[in-house]
Design a protein. Sequence first.
Length: 451
Amino acid sequence: SIAVTPSDEEQDGANNRANIFLSVLNAKARVLFLEGRPSWDSKFLAQTLRNDPTVTLDVIYKLTDAKYFAVLGGSEKDEGIALPRTADQMGRYDLIIVGKGIEEFYDDAGVQALKQWLSSRGGNLLFLRGRADERSPALRDIEPVTWADSEISDLRIRLTQEGRSHPAFAFAASEDAQTIIKKLPSLISASRVKGEKALAVVLARAENAVDDQDSREMATLVYQRYGQGKVMAMAGQGMWRWAFLPPDLQGYRKVYDEFWSQVVRWMVSESDFLPGQNLSLRTDRNGYAVNDTVTLLAYRRGSKGGAVPPLTITLPDGHVDRVSLARADGKQADFTATYRPAKPGEYVASIQAPGSSPTQVSAMFTANAGSEEDLNRSADPDLMRQIAIAGGGQALTPESAADFPSRLRVAERAATRKEESRTAWDRPWVLAGLLALLGLEWWVRRRMGMA
């Protein structure tokens, strides 16, 4: 809770407190990193995620045509590597990162399983190094941008309005994120972006690089929703240079780690399902007024069959209301319900789901009583007099009401009075003066022998 001390003349102090609900992850984010053409980008990113205490990382590299190498659960393996190939197997992970060469891991059937994992199981997919569909056209309908066949080199990124407020760029350094990024090394290259999908959100664009469709700066970091999951694409390569800075930029040595750790946490925490969850519940917003309609949205990972789970709401006084969930269309949510809070305070909505993970999920919301300050519409004569004088008007009292018509006519005449300009050229004395000046000038020139 955040509270502000009421002022001396405040009529209502009940609205001086705000409640903020925090979701604290009690499980690590499970990340799979697939790299078919190892590079410095993949090396530095893997090292960063291994050092992140909130992440469990599995990495699979393809080294040659027939040789794979993996680090699974901290153990190195070069044979017997089990790649997840079905949506159920992919469900062990909250995020899959793809470098280059996804065709080395998945054929068209594998890409279809990847799409199913995204859309119905709340997966998150990150394309790390530009165009991923070079040899896998089946990926094109889930990528947030469309690609050209060319690349551009040596580019700097500029944050969009959405990027400036995005958690990925919430760096610990005191300067704003765009100022920091301008000081960091440029990206080495990037796949050229031809256009953005309709529902894509662009977090960063490339300075001096224009996309082919609408003449805007080319998108370099962009994401979009795909069913219950999300897909993010980083068009550029060479961000590893942010982790390998010269001595004069050592003050920003943590920026690279902060960026990728925050990207992973955002993608996982903003998903319909937190790590380890098969069931989730949320409201359409956190704050409501008493008697507002609260929309509750429930999601089930995987199969949508089976019984509709029961929903209970714990009121501020401890009493419990039972609410019926109904099946939804699967686009906004899998199940939905509405509720109208009758009392101010904090409410907790919960779903009991034995056999699911977790067995109970909750969502909290606040119902506010409204503000007496907003309901008090009585006039303040002193304030109204100050406003009238500041605006060049007059404050009238009931005793001077009889003078109102005459004062109004005076004000109307003052408002309609116009200053009409008149030219001076058509006046005789102006013409005579001009002729006299010209004649004097001619006489002086003649006396000086210049005429």
